[in-house]
Design a protein around this ligand. Structure first.
Ligand code: GDP
Length: 589
């Protein structure tokens, strides 16, 4: 017996539920499904088991990617409903024929559904009769007088089970694919590991295939990351000789005195530069950020909860209807903005689930404790090498200097390596930072192969006992193949501990695109079978974006790489950690 059937949009708007069933579900299996499987990277799965006090459900679902619809069936795990996958597929087909994004009432689907269900049940019954049911060798449990078969899930090829798929569902499932063309074979093991304590969302083992298209780069990352100790020199692959002149960016009319922009080569010869190490105070990396925008959003939430539209003048409800108040005749155009706001509001009703999922996406899965890693490298008498990559003008050298400043405050010795041998003025700019911070700089001028300069810099750092080498590289567009090849070579040859992608928060989705393509090119153009990709993100100009914080989320989501630093101004102290809580609050505001 089915417990519940739902159709909702990816935004969380419920379009149809089966009224006939109307069973009150125990716990919150749908929320858990959304939180653990749909919002995260588990959309490759097509079923999961939910356990809570007094409830043990199986949930199955399918996506209609083009229309952005999710079809979910919930049933008691103890039952083996052979027709569920078939039924979901048929529902998808029929519902997509009547679906219209402007429509919200689909009660006409009730009757269609009744027919589909009968059809699916009859088909399953036939299949059952036509097949001799063989009991599986293991995973059989007597429960409530019924036999429970463990390996029921679609595409099951469990080992040791002998005759799994013995009741006809193998026929039902054969060759079925998710929307994106990936069959579900192979997901069974993941699912089994969740049979108890299901969907606690802690593992990160799932395949990322599925409707939320995050998988490609994740897979690439999994390919890479293996480090070898052997450094193999591949014949030289010189950078193009063409030079570009970079325009100095001005971020406001009156830049602060402490501005770190030394792009002007004239200012880079050090003649009028302070020689004492710059002391601008404590880096914001080490300051705990106090975040206090809770009040506003909570108040707003209250308004919705108690249905008091007049409680807050600027609340969503009042502002929504402000435009139409006082009008004698309302037409469709008058209502449209209000309805859109209402729809958006309804879509956020899963806000708790959403918040948790966002926090999980943004919370790094790998260690981002650079200081610890630096000390570990030091114990092995190796310098810790960080390569800064990104397109032109995003703030690579400025933020490299901020990282140096922060490291120095932690008594870590730093050497800079001027491997932007392409853009005129780049070496001088870095030299100015080095002089200010009183750290050594390894430079070989221009036109040299940056991979070789980096290699020599690392050798020098090993000799002089520098703890960290910060490698500046030339800015390059993600689709500039020769330059991307040169970068790939630099990484391959030097095997850095950290490849940091420097991206501007300001350019939003462009930064996401840059990051994806950098990763893609690093994978495609590397001579290594296990190319090292981007390990972390340094998000710059965060001070300039107000509440447009979505780039941080998207960048982490597409690359799986954590945001390790956030640049938030033009002085050495303006570097901080990502404040996940604050980002999530801003996103959900
Ligand atoms: P590169 O070409 O990638 O090395 O970029 P630069 O380090 O030369 O920086 C380009 C411009 O961005 C300079 O004017 C920097 O002062 C500015 N910049 C870098 N980081 C930040 C930041 O976090 N906030 C702001 N507002 N400006 C920044």
């Amino acid at each position: 017996m089915l417990e519940q059937l739902l159709i909702f949009t990816r935004g969380g708007l419920i379009l149809w539920t089966c009224k006939e069933l109307g069973n009150a579900l125990k716990g919150s299996p749908i929320d858990t499904l959304i939180r653990s499987c749909l919002l995260e990277e588990r959309s490759g799965l097509a079923s999961f088991n939910y356990d809570s006090a007094g409830a043990a459900y199986t949930l199955k679902w399918t996506f209609h990617n083009e229309l952005g619809l999710v079809f979910v069936a919930v049933y008691q795990r103890i039952l083996h409903l052979l027709y569920v996958d078939d039924l979901l597929a048929m529902m998808k087909q029929s519902f997509s024929e009547i679906y219209d994004p402007k429509r919200t009432d689909y009660s006409d689907f009730d009757e269609m559904f009744r027919q589909l269900r009968k059809e699916a049940e009859a088909r399953a019954e036939e299949l059952k009769k036509s097949k001799q049911v063989t009991k599986p060798m293991n995973n059989l449990k007597k429960q409530g007088g019924q036999l429970q078969k463990g390996g029921f899930e679609r595409g099951s090829n469990r080992s040791g089970g002998g005759s799994a798929n013995d009741d006809g569902d193998s026929d039902n499932m054969r060759g079925r694919k998710l929307e994106n063309g990936h069959s579900n074979v192979g997901n069974v093991e993941i699912e089994e590991s969740r049979v108890t304590g299901v969907a606690n969302g802690k593992e990160n083992t799932s395949s990322n295939i599925g409707a939320f298209d995050v998988s490609k780069l994740q897979k690439l990352r999994n390919k890479g990351g293996k480090k070898t100790d052997t450094v193999v020199s591949k014949g030289s692959n010189p950078d193009p000789k063409k030079k570009i002149t970079k325009k100095n960016r001005v971020w406001d009319d009156s830049p602060p005195e402490s501005k770190l922009d030394f792009t002007d080569p004239a200012g880079g010869n050090g003649s009028n530069i302070e020689v004492e190490a710059a002391d601008h105070g404590e880096s914001m990396m080490d300051k705990e950020e106090v975040f206090s925008s809770d009040s506003e959003s909570e108040e707003d939430e209250e308004v919705g909860k108690h249905n008091k539209p007049d409680a807050k003048k600027t609340g969503w409800f009042s502002s929504m209807f402000q435009s139409i108040a006082g009008k004698a005749n309302l037409d469709k155009a008058d209502l449209e903005p209000a309805l859109k706001a209402l729809k958006d509001r309804l879509m956020t009703k899963n806000v708790a689930a959403m918040e948790e999922a966002l926090v999980r996406i943004l919370t790094p899965r790998r260690s981002i404790d650079i200081l610890r890693d630096v000390h570990a490298a030091k114990e092995q008498r190796k310098p810790y090498v960080v390569v800064f990559v990104g397109v032109n003008g995003v703030g690579k050298s400025t933020n490299l200097a901020k990282v140096a400043y922060w490291l120095l405050q932690h008594k870590v010795s730093v050497m800079m390596a001027a491997c932007d041998t392409f853009r005129s003025g780049a070496v001088e700019q870095l030299r100015t930072h080095a002089r200010r911070l009183q750290v050594p700089i390894f430079e070989k001028g221009y036109e040299k192969d940056p991979a070789i300069v980096a290699k020599e810099a690392i050798q020098e750092a090993t000799r002089n006992g520098s703890d960290v080498v910060l490698v500046d590289t030339a800015g390059r567009m993600q689709d500039n193949e020769p330059l991307m090849r040169a970068l790939s070579k630099l990484i391959y040859l030097n095997n850095p501990d950290l490849v940091l992608f420097v991206g501007e928060a300001l350019v939003g989705n462009d930064a996401v695109d840059q990051l994806s393509k950098f990763n893609q090119k690093l994978a495609d153009l590397s001579s290594s079978p296990n190319p090292q990709l981007i390990d972390g993100i340094l998000l710059t100009k965060f001070d300039t974006i107000d509440d447009k914080v979505g780039a941080a989320l998207s960048m982490v989501y597409v690359s799986g790489a954590p945001v390790m630093f956030v640049g938030c101004g033009q002085s050495y102290t303006d570097l901080k950690k990502l404040n996940v809580k604050s980002i999530v609050k801003t996103l959900l505001k």
